[in-house]
Design a protein around this ligand. Structure first.
Ligand code: RIB
Length: 332
């Protein structure tokens, strides 16, 4: 079996350069990287990554905590994280926590016991119901909310929601329903704050009955459409759904009842997950820069793991508002 020394000899490089090429390929020149790769291939060399990790006292692994692995928004954030981690020689371990903080703690233990170097948490911080921050664990919050007490990368959720509701108001809608996430979820609170602000500026009174509490999953969007449909002539003429998943199933629910979108009810989403442009009608939505959120979070986490002191540890990235076919001017 060939050793790292054989690879170094074959490549005409030092063992140190070969070791760097294996653990952090970005840190060697493309020419040397290619020499190492050719030598590895020629000798069929299988590096013992485990012993390397112990030597470096780093696991070269980061954990990503995902509350709902089926949500396409999270999938896009993870893809951004993978992209940066891979470039810098780190592996990514997915922790599908199902929004359960006990599961979160199990993954946090991995960092405490040095089986992983740090964590990117996709679940927003909830005061009194979060296992992070933890002084012994390097962590970054990705796609979270305002007032996150550890390094974070997100968009302005309240501002984006206000923009959506202003748009619906500009189309003449005054009865605007909301499909929210769980009431305690900070995304719900931030996005609801934006909704309320837009209504207040337009002089429209807030009505509790127009808020349906969902949970960001498909089934709750479907239930919300039933709830609104049963309002008969009091049914909202527009609906702001706090994510695309719930908007998608609400659209299906309305169409099942013969309610036309957007002629009878305009619908907006949040995320711009990959499916939203292919729906019929295509969904008007807030486009979160999901991949960039992932990339920036990974970049920030790796800097912190490597002991650097970044000047900035809170990033609010720009979003887009994408107008498609699921919204139109009030017809009645
Ligand atoms: O937690 C669920 C939602 O929050 C996602 O769909 C996305 O909008 C995230 O910000």
């Amino acid at each position: 079996m060939s050793t790292i020394r054989d690879v170094a000899k074959e490549a005409g490089l030092s063992t140190g350069t070969v070791s760097k090429a294996l653990s952090a390929p970005k840190t060697v020149t493309p020419k040397n990287l290619s020499k190492v790769q050719s030598a590895i291939k020629k000798l069929n060399y299988k590096p013992n990554m485990l012993s390397q990790k112990f030597r470096n006292k780093q696991s070269k692994t980061i954990v990503v905590l995902v509350p709902d692995i089926a949500n396409l928004f999270f999938a896009q954030v993870i893809s951004g994280i993978e992209h940066i981690a891979q470039k810098q020689g780190y592996s990514v371990l997915l922790g599908d926590t199902k929004d359960d903080i006990n599961r979160e703690q199990e993954y946090i233990n991995m960092v405490e016991t040095r089986l992983a170097d740090g964590i990117i948490n996709l679940r927003p911080f909830i005061k009194g119901d979060s296992m992070l921050p933890n002084d012994d664990v390097i962590a970054v919050s990705a796609g979270g909310c305002e007032n996150t007490p550890y390094p974070s990368v997100r968009i302005d959720n309240a501002g984006a929601s206000e923009k959506v509701v202003n748009y619906l108001l500009s189309l003449g809608h005054k009865r605007i329903g909301v499909i929210s996430g769980l009431a305690k979820n900070p995304h719900t609170l931030d996005r609801l704050a934006g909704y309320k602000k837009a209504l207040e500026k337009a002089g429209i009174a807030f009505c509790e009955k127009l808020i349906y509490e969902g949970d960001f999953n498909y089934w709750s969007g479907l239930n919300a459409s039933e709830y609104f449909y049963r309002m008969n002539d009091k049914m909202p003429t527009a609906i702001f759904s706090m994510n695309d998943q719930m908007a998608t199933s609400a659209m299906k629910g309305f169409l099942n009842h013969g309610v036309r979108i957007p002629e009878d009810v305009s619908i907006t989403g949040f995320d711009d997950s990959q499916v939203s442009r292919y729906l019929n009608p295509a969904l008007t939505t807030v486009s979160q820069p999901a991949e960039q959120i992932g990339e920036k979070s990974a970049d920030l986490l790796l800097q912190l793991i490597e002991g650097k002191k970044p000047n900035q540890t809170e990033f609010v990235l720009p979003y887009d508002f994408v107008i498609r076919e699921s919204t139109c001017a009030l017809l009645k």
